[in-house]
Design a protein around this ligand. Structure first.
Ligand SMILES: Cc1cc2nc3c(=O)[nH]c(=O)nc-3n(C[C@H](O)[C@H](O)[C@H](O)COP(=O)(O)O)c2cc1C
Length: 332
């Protein structure tokens, strides 16, 4: 057992979270994570309507009696989804933990806090972590440059970002981006975090509700198999390198690209259809550099048990032995 401020804050066995994931953060995966003693998040906006989200919360509760949360991703959008109604579904669904991600979470945080919901805000910069802390969130998830999805524009990898955040953030903190095994968990704890958040690694589990072709491709991929798209649009996303991401990179490389130039390639509907068809080259798919350390498709429980056992072994045996083996200084 590894006990940290995160396990105590959320009443979970293991300091591991499964962050919100579009098309993946559904009841089957979230319940499997909860039943394995970690913290899973349903992805609110994967559900087409707030009523669907309410149903998904009920479906998850039918599969687990352990704590789980909901991710609310705040996208800068001309036509935003009905956020207030999604929040209401979360509150009325009796959910006690929310992961917010994205821009200006204040009104969402305020509303959740009024209802006694614990909020963990995911962000990619120390300054954003500090401003979320001032807003009154309960915990931070700090996402390094290695991560799948949106790493921000500062390009600071976890090895620097995590201790830089730990030096200044007072509330409990998860390290996110590039984690997938027990060595990573032990490293995150050593760097000052209270646990880890994972996305890509949880996609490659038996319970993840995506076709096997996607899981197999991520197993085969190495750590170089990601592309950064939307760099020139200042809305960077790290995605799995495939035929479509390469076309987007090529269009951006020519210079002066506008969103309309890549819109058809990156359309959410195209990505969703490609996923449904098991066509790994059919659309954009978020995945991180951790693909290079993913070699199998375990159950969620086996994965979590393995990560904890490996982290314990690193801390106790590998590091502990180094201390024990240190030669005693000869008396002066
Ligand atoms: C397929 C996929 C979809 C994702 N969608 C979202 C999302 O909708 N909202 C969000 O806040 N984060 C999203 N993420 C990011 C994850 O929650 C997490 O922060 C990230 O994957 C951590 O990096 P890792 O993949 O290296 O573990 C997504 C990640 C993946 C792999």
């Amino acid at each position: 057992m590894i006990t940290t401020r995160i396990t105590e804050l959320f009443g979970i066995d293991h300091p591991i979270a499964q962050g919100g994931m579009q098309w993946v953060g559904k009841a089957e995966l979230v319940a499997a994570v909860a039943n394995a003693g970690a913290l899973g998040f349903i992805t609110a906006l994967t559900q087409p309507t707030p009523e669907d989200l309410a149903r998904e919360i009920r479906r998850t509760r039918d599969m687990t009696d352990q704590p789980f949360g909901v991710n609310l991703t705040i996208l800068p959008s001309i036509k935003p989804p009905p956020y207030a109604e999604y929040r209401q579904a979360i509150i009325e669904g009796g959910v006690k933990i929310v992961e917010t991600a994205g821009y200006k979470p204040q009104e969402h945080v305020d509303h959740f806090k009024q209802h006694g919901i614990k909020v963990i805000h995911k962000c990619t910069a120390v300054r954003h972590a500090l401003s979320a802390e001032r807003m009154g969130v309960d915990a931070i998830s700090i996402d390094g440059f290695e991560c799948a999805g949106h790493p921000g524009e500062d390009d600071i990898p976890g090895l620097i970002l995590i201790p830089a955040a730990a030096d200044r953030v007072k509330i409990p903190m998860l390290a996110s981006g590039g984690f997938g095994d027990g060595r990573g968990l032990a490293a995150a704890l050593a760097l000052g975090a209270d646990g880890i958040n994972m996305g890509t690694r949880f996609c490659v589990t038996k319970e993840a509700p995506i076709p096997d072709a996607f899981k197999q491709r991520m197993v085969e991929n190495d750590e170089r198999a990601t592309d950064l798209i939307f760099r020139t649009l200042h809305n960077t996303a790290r995605v799995m390198k495939n035929a479509v991401s390469q076309q987007v990179v090529e269009i951006e490389r020519r210079g002066g690209a506008k969103f309309e130039d890549v819109q058809a390639l990156v359309a959410g509907a195209r990505g969703r259809d490609a996923l449904a068809d098991g066509d790994t080259d059919g659309g954009i798919w978020s995945a991180g550099m951790i693909q290079g350390l993913i070699h199998d498709i375990p159950t969620v429980k086996d994965l979590i048990d393995r990560i904890i056992a490996e982290a314990e072994a690193v801390i106790e045996s590998r590091l502990g032995r180094m201390l024990a083996a240190a030669p005693k200084k000869a008396p002066a």
